[in-house]
Design a protein around this ligand. Structure first.
Ligand code: LLP
Length: 420
């Protein structure tokens, strides 16, 4: 359930009519609902209530906006970060260092050092090479880095291939059949406190079965590690739970996920860590856009909107579906192609989409844009970065300024030696 609903024929974000935001901030603009974020955070936490003291670290990559992170920090969430930049944001938003988990296959020397200096809660080590590098830095600092070893369970998550991470050929984690050897070796390093296993098999999972298979393999591994004398006190089960992108679509509910986790991890005797991203933020945001033009096509009209693939990359990148709705629907429906203004055919949000009939100047939204939306934007075609607005009841605030194309250009230089 989200708080983007029609009231008196006008789409609102909570109590704020979307046209008011468009008038004030312009379009395109991302609009987030605080109540929806908080609600999702609570639903997910409640789904895990059968577990002993789970730790939830929001996957910052899904939506790194500082205000969004603050909402989640206020809900008691920590952060799962994958870069120094995300770590800086999580701290700036008020997340406690000990509640931060640092994932990622290519953490640089500087990023590992930053994590140690900030005394974050856990590093998810993705390779033995990374483990030895972190150990060396930690020794130099006279510290011990709390670590989980990320394993690659070789499970097909049955999601889009670009967001599947747990197959043998994917770059993530260490192969399960080498995990005990690597864990045992890293546990001998002075600078490391090897305390657990991490796993994450992919994103937008529509089915719990691959997760269950992966978690079961982790359970077996924990047993093996203990048999050879290793200590295992933590298990990080990653993120991945999918969300509905189409009205009426059914996906596993957080409660079903929580029940499955409770069943599979029974007797593990570890603190469980979770890294949800999309399930918290996805349906807590929309991309508000204005129709520039309706162009006659051969079989269907092209509805050209002012948002483009640089603002919301998912349709172009993964062929993803985002529901598209008029802000003030007239009741008239049509079938159209929904496209942005960018000069490539990939800048298509939908083909042959049944949708509200729209005329130039009308406002519309792409739903489920709160996760992997603004954060994946680029300035392609010399377009700026769109603004972001957070709504809370009847108030709203711009939580990220629009960065106009000329501000981006200001960072560029033409060297003297090119002058004629
Ligand atoms: N933990 C790790 C280690 C991850 O790699 C990810 C996502 C998450 C947690 C959060 O997963 P979630 O709960 O959001 O599924 N740009 C793509 C999604 C990429 C996800 C990458 N990793 C998209 O727009 O669909």
């Amino acid at each position: 359930m989200d708080h983007f609903q029609l009231r008196d024929g006008i789409l609102h974000a909570e109590d704020v009519p979307l046209p008011a935001i468009a008038d004030e901030v312009g379009t395109p603009v991302y609009v987030y609902s605080r109540a929806t974020l908080a609600r999702h955070a609570r639903v997910f936490r409640d789904a895990l209530s059968g577990l002993k003291d789970p730790h939830i670290a929001f996957a910052v990559k899904a939506n790194p906006n500082l205000a969004v992170l603050r909402v989640l920090a206020n809900e008691g969430y920590g952060a799962d970060v994958v870069s120094g930049g995300e770590l800086t944001r999580a701290l700036a938003a008020g997340m406690k260092p000990e509640d931060i988990v640092f994932s990622g296959v290519g953490k640089t020397h500087a990023e590992l050092q930053q994590g140690l200096e900030q005394e974050i809660g856990q590093f998810n080590i993705e390779s033995e090479e990374e483990g030895y590098e972190l150990a060396a830095i930690a020794r130099r600092f006279g510290k011990q880095a709390a670590c989980a070893l990320r394993v690659n369970p070789d499970v097909d998550a049955r999601t889009h291939e670009k967001i599947s991470t747990g197959k043998r050929e994917n770059k993530f984690g260490v192969p399960l059949d080498r995990a005990t050897e690597i864990y045992t070796a890293l546990a001998k390093e002075d600078g490391l406190d090897m305390r657990g296993i991490a796993v994450h098999i992919g994103s937008q999972l529509a089915d719990l079965e691959p997760l269950e298979t992966a978690f079961t393999k982790v359970g077996t591994l924990i047993g093996e590690l203990r048999n050879v004398g290793c200590s295992v006190t933590h298990a990080d089960l990653g993120g991945g739970l999918g969300v509905p992108y189409k009205a009426g679509e059914e996906l596993p509910a957080p409660a079903e996920y929580g029940a499955m986790v409770a069943r599979v991890t029974k007797g593990w005797d570890v603190r469980l860590v979770f890294e949800p991203g999309r399930v918290i933020a996805g349906n807590a945001g929309v991309l508000l856009t204005r129709v520039v033009r309706v162009k006659r096509g051969i079989e269907r009209p092209f509805v050209v909107v002012d948002a483009a693939m640089n603002d919301l990359a998912r349709p172009a990148m993964y062929g993803a579906w985002h529901d598209f709705e008029a802000v003030q629907p007239t009741g008239e429906r049509t079938i159209a192609h929904i496209v942005g203004p960018i000069c490539e055919t990939g800048d298509t949000f939908a083909m042959d989409r049944e949708c509200d009939a729209l005329v130039p100047g009308d406002l519309a939204i792409f739903r489920t844009a709160g996760a992997y939306g603004a954060t994946m934007a680029s300035s392609y075609n010399s377009r700026g970065f769109v603004a972001e607005v957070l709504v809370d009841g009847d108030r709203h605030a711009v939580v990220a300024d629009r960065i106009p194309a000329d501000a981006i250009m200001d960072a560029e230089r033409v060297p003297d030696w090119l002058e004629g």
